[in-house]
Design a protein around this ligand. Structure first.
Ligand code: GLA
Length: 389
């Protein structure tokens, strides 16, 4: 759906034109997976696939939503959000919890959330690990900021959205996705320290393409599997505190300390913690590799990260593993790994731009042969964060 179609769909739904359109991008993560809820550093980039939300002020204290891709509509009041019910008293559908949660989290911070009309569509495939839900959250937060005539920093906006997802939707996610969507910078990866909340940009060399390959496989256990992983990390911290009483999170555990004490950990927390501790070290190495434009080193770190997600964190799938393995014999590939939480979804491939076409054709052919499935493959660019069009 293009912007004209979005505008027309808005007008058909609400019999008036939208006042503005918000663009909120998805993200890939170059490295640093499952470390944002362990206070570690991450290296995401916002991408040029985005959610587009057409918005107009409402006449009353209600939010009216039309999710165009789902062909569903709902209306809910802004004065009893915690009930999670629509204007007729029926439970809100799952997709509406994201905008409703954002309104709730903004209100919690004393920010004005006026009634609004919205119609929206996503280019980001849903449930693919490219953060379509964070894009919806940040996009709506931005819409309320625009309509409500207040302004907070982009980081603070991202934190409100994380609160919505943690406490309203019920997924204990970290801050990476909302941060990337809010703060993206064209042509750059974002090096974000999830403890200090400091961040900096690292240029992606212009001759390097971001190629996303969607395995087409989605696992329902994403939410429960994700929350379980997080609980295992917390258990590992509690167990390690017997030997390292100063640690507050896995971020505080040095690789040498982990080597010394990991033998005392229970089996599952030990594997999960090993991934996190070493992944944090990989992110530090990856940023310096990016800054020196050392593509070979960066690629090796990505492959190592994927192996660790497969063997230690156990969030890969056979299809994602096939997509990564295939790249080793394809032209122009610098590195490949699953991106996002895992449990299905997409891989991110860094590919020499002048060989991207041959790479994509080879990957699609190999994947179809190995699995009988078609992989959708997209050539992306690192893009700017949420904005008004
Ligand atoms: C999801 C979460 C993020 C992060 C990643 C894994 O995308 O929303 O906070 O934990 O998984 O790195």
């Amino acid at each position: 759906m293009n912007l004209d179609q979005l505008q027309r769909a808005f007008e058909e739904t609400y019999r008036r034109p939208p006042q503005f359109i918000v663009r909120a991008p998805g993200r890939v993560n170059i490295l640093g997976e499952h470390v944002d809820y362990n206070d570690g550093p991450v290296l995401p980039a916002a991408i040029d696939q985005a959610v587009y939300i057409a918005v107009a002020p409402g006449q009353d204290d209600c939010v009216r939503l039309h999710a165009l891709d789902l062909n569903q509509q709902v209306a809910f009041r802004l004065d009893n959000l915690a009930q999670k019910r629509d204007v007729e008293g029926k439970p809100l559908p799952g997709w509406a919890l994201y905008p409703a949660g954002v309104a709730w989290a903004l209100q919690e911070a004393g920010l004005h959330t006026p009634g609004l009309l919205a119609a929206y569509t996503s280019e980001i495939p849903i449930g693919s690990g490219l953060s379509s839900s964070a894009a919806v959250e940040v996009g709506f937060a931005f819409a309320w900021q625009t309509l409500g005539s207040w302004e907070i920093s982009r980081l603070a906006l991202a934190q409100r959205c994380q609160k919505a997802e943690n406490q309203f939707v019920g997924v204990s996610c970290g801050l990476m996705d909302q941060f990337a969507c809010a703060c993206g910078v064209e042509g750059h990866a974002l090096y974000f320290d999830t403890r200090s909340l400091e961040w900096d940009i690292a240029p992606i060399p212009p001759e390097v393409a971001l190629v996303i390959a969607d395995s087409g496989v989605r696992r329902n256990l994403t939410h429960s599997g994700y929350n379980e992983r997080r609980a295992s990390c917390e258990q590992a911290v509690r167990e390690l505190q017997q030997y390292l009483p100063h640690i507050r999170s896995l971020r505080d555990v040095k690789t040498t300390e982990f080597a010394a004490y990991s033998m005392f950990l229970s089996e599952i927390p030990r594997r999960r913690a090993e991934h996190v501790v070493k992944e944090i070290a990989r992110v530090h190495s990856a940023v310096s590799a990016l800054r020196r434009a050392d593509k070979q080193a960066l690629g090796a770190l990505m492959y190592a990260g994927h192996n660790s997600l497969r063997n230690l964190y156990e969030v890969s799938t056979p299809e994602l593993d096939i997509l990564v393995e295939l790249t080793r014999s394809l032209p122009g590939c610098i590195g490949a790994r699953l991106t996002g939480a895992g449990f299905g979804g997409c891989t991110l491939n860094l590919v020499e731009l002048d060989q991207a076409e041959a790479f994509i054709a080879g990957l699609q052919r190999g994947y179809a042969q190995a699995t009988g499935r078609q992989a959708k493959v997209y050539l992306c660019r690192a893009s700017q964060g949420v904005s008004l069009l």
